[in-house]
Write a protein of this length. Structure first.
Length: 281
C-alpha cells in the first residue's frame, strides 16, 4: 500500500458561515475539534483539497477551474459581515484538468467551470481545517438527479488522486431536514445515524456499497434527507476509497438543539482526537 495515500472524508459541515460568527462557533466546539484534527490524521500535507459540496449541483459534473475562486454567499438571514468574508485559498486548475481527464477515462463527462466560487459547504469547514488558506482548494459539483450509483462511479474514477496528493472531502450533513430541527429531529436523526454507522463501519466494503445504493430504505431516511443533496457527497468519498475501512471521526447528539450527526474517514489515518468524538446532548 502507498504510505502517502490520502484517505477520503465525509464531513458534516455545520450551518451557514458558522466559523465567522463567535456565538454560533462556540456552540459547534465538538464539530470544530473534529475538523481541525483532520490535518493531523493524514500522512502528508495535501497538494490540494477537492471538495464535493452539497451546495453545488449542475446538470452534469463540473469542476472548478478558477485559479482565484470567488465567494458564493449561498445563505440567508445571517449577519451583514458574513456576506463579505473571504476564504482566500488559491484554486487548482491543474487538478481540475486532471479531474476532467480521469472522468474522461472512465467515460464520465466533467466540464471545467471557470466561474464557480467557494460555497459555504466548502469555505466554512475549510476555514477550520486549513485556517491559513494556504492549501489550494477546488470543488466538484453534484450531478442533478442525485444518483448514488453515478456519484459512487465518479468517486471510483477519481481515486487515483489519493496517490497524487489530493485530499477528497465530501461535505454535507448526515441529517439535513431544515423543516424538522431541534428536539423533533432527535428520533429520526438518531435512527438514521445508527443505520449509517452500521452501513459504514460494521460490514464489508461490498456490503457497504450495496447498502448505500439502497439508502432510501434506511430507517427515517426520507425524514432525515427529504432532498439528498447533503448525503450524496458521501457517495463520492466512499467510491474513491471503496475497498478501505471507515472510521468515525465525529459524533454529536444535540447538534442544532436535537440532531444526531456524524462524520467519517475512509482509509488509513491517525486515530481521531477524542475531542471530536464527544457526544453532547
Amino acid at each position: 500500500m502507498n504510505q502517502t495515500r490520502l484517505p477520503t472524508y465525509f464531513i458534516s459541515h455545520g450551518g451557514g458561515p458558522w466559523p465567522y460568527m463567535p456565538e454560533m462557533r462556540a456552540r459547534m466546539q465538538v464539530l470544530e475539534a473534529s475538523l481541525a484534527d483532520i490535518p493531523r490524521q493524514i500522512p502528508a500535507r495535501p497538494r490540494a483539497v477537492l471538495m464535493v459540496s452539497g451546495h453545488w449541483e449542475a446538470p452534469q459534473f463540473r469542476v472548478m477551474g478558477n485559479p482565484h475562486p470567488p465567494m458564493v454567499y449561498d445563505y440567508h438571514g445571517f449577519p451583514v459581515h458574513t456576506y463579505s468574508v473571504r476564504y482566500q485559498a488559491p484554486g487548482a486548475p491543474d487538478v481540475a484538468r486532471r479531474v476532467q481527464q480521469l472522468g474522461q477515462t472512465a467515460g464520465i463527462a466533467i466540464q471545467i467551470d471557470e466561474q464557480q466560487g467557494f460555497d459555504h459547504g466548502t469555505f466554512a469547514p475549510m476555514a477550520v481545517i486549513y485556517p491559513d488558506a494556504d492549501v489550494p482548494v477546488l470543488q466538484l459539483s453534484l450531478k442533478a438527479g442525485y444518483s448514488p450509483e453515478q456519484h459512487l462511479a465518479i468517486g471510483r474514477a477519481l481515486s487515483p488522486l489519493r496517490d497524487e496528493g489530493v485530499l477528497i472531502i465530501g461535505s454535507g450533513l448526515s441529517y439535513h431536514n431544515l423543516r424538522l430541527m431541534g428536539p423533533a429531529a432527535q428520533l429520526p436523526s438518531t435512527q438514521f445515524d445508527h443505520w449509517l454507522q452500521q452501513a459504514l463501519l460494521a460490514v464489508t466494503p461490498a456490503q457497504r456499497t450495496a447498502l448505500l445504493l439502497d439508502w432510501q430504505h434506511a430507517p427515517a431516511a426520507r425524514v432525515s434527507h427529504p432532498s439528498e443533496d447533503h448525503l450524496i457527497p458521501l457517495m463520492v468519498a466512499v467510491g474513491a476509497a471503496e475497498d478501505d475501512s471507515a472510521t468515525l471521526i465525529y459524533h454529536e447528539e444535540g447538534f442544532f438543539g436535537g440532531v444526531t450527526a456524524s462524520s467519517f474517514r475512509f482509509g488509513a489515518g491517525a486515530a481521531p482526537d477524542a475531542a471530536g468524538l464527544q457526544s453532547r446532548s
